[in-house]
Design a protein around this ligand. Sequence first.
Ligand SMILES: Cc1cc2nc3c(=O)[nH]c(=O)nc-3n(C[C@H](O)[C@H](O)[C@H](O)COP(=O)(O)OP(=O)(O)OC[C@H]3O[C@@H](n4cnc5c(N)ncnc54)[C@H](O)[C@@H]3O)c2cc1C
Length: 250
Amino acid sequence: MLLIEKGLALPRDGSTLDTEKVMRQGLFMSDETWLDRHGQIVVPEEHFNLGGKTKWYGAALLRFAPDEFGPDLLHQCLPWPFGYDEMVPFYEEAEELLAVHHFPLEAGLHAMSSALARRDPSWRRQMLALGLARDILAYPEEAQHFDAFASMRGLKRDAETALLDRVKNKPNLTIITGKAIAALAPTYARARRAIGVVCEDGSRSRVTKYCSPRERCIALGCCSLTWKRMDWRRHCPAIARWVATTKRMC
Ligand SMILES: Cc1cc2nc3c(=O)[nH]c(=O)nc-3n(C[C@H](O)[C@H](O)[C@H](O)COP(=O)(O)OP(=O)(O)OC[C@H]3O[C@@H](n4cnc5c(N)ncnc54)[C@H](O)[C@@H]3O)c2cc1C
């Protein structure tokens, strides 16, 4: 199994908790430029690093409520093709891996939610499910900087600490960082199957056999995926159609 990541692993020296470096200098944000549909240059402020955006996320890990899988007639939305019960084993596994805990509301929020409920009884109070270590409060610097910052002690459970660190030493997994995929390499022009990937530096990673849609996973994040569709449309129309389908499913 090969995992190719465009960015590098983030430093664990405390700089990712430093407001000056993270917020003011934007040190960890990519300055890559994209073109919008009018041909204007935009800087989408993407993060490219091992662990993806979960390194920066707020770790609020809520389940959809059972009724949210149903149709929403008011907004003309169809129901999901499966119900909440089917998701439960996946929620449970993800919550265990991400060590999701429920944290009580802070005093200020408690007062605010009480005031809201007095005005409109449909407001509900609920403990917040967070992928944070229980003892994070013992580290004020981390407790005050987890949303939009990256933990240096691994107190926020992210894709690197909670998932990749568990498997990175497995003999059947290779993780390459600092290499960007530019396109899937089709077996031949207009092919329906990919034989590997072409990276931006021109290198190719070839798999030992053709990979079917079940055996490959493109997880560039939804913004990058849309952008990469352009390359696939040019290189391999069948794969572009598949990517378009995947994007709709996201
Ligand atoms: C500040 C912030 C707070 C957030 N808070 C929450 C929250 O509290 N709760 C919540 O549920 N969600 C939150 N999110 C959203 C959540 O983090 C993302 O939805 C989620 O991480 C997306 O996962 P992904 O795998 O789709 O994309 P990503 O995490 O973006 O992963 C895509 C990976 O692909 C890599 N990549 C991109 N292009 C290439 C390429 N060409 N070649 C190789 N590699 C490539 C990227 O570097 C990245 O590592 C937050 C996000 C941010 C930025």
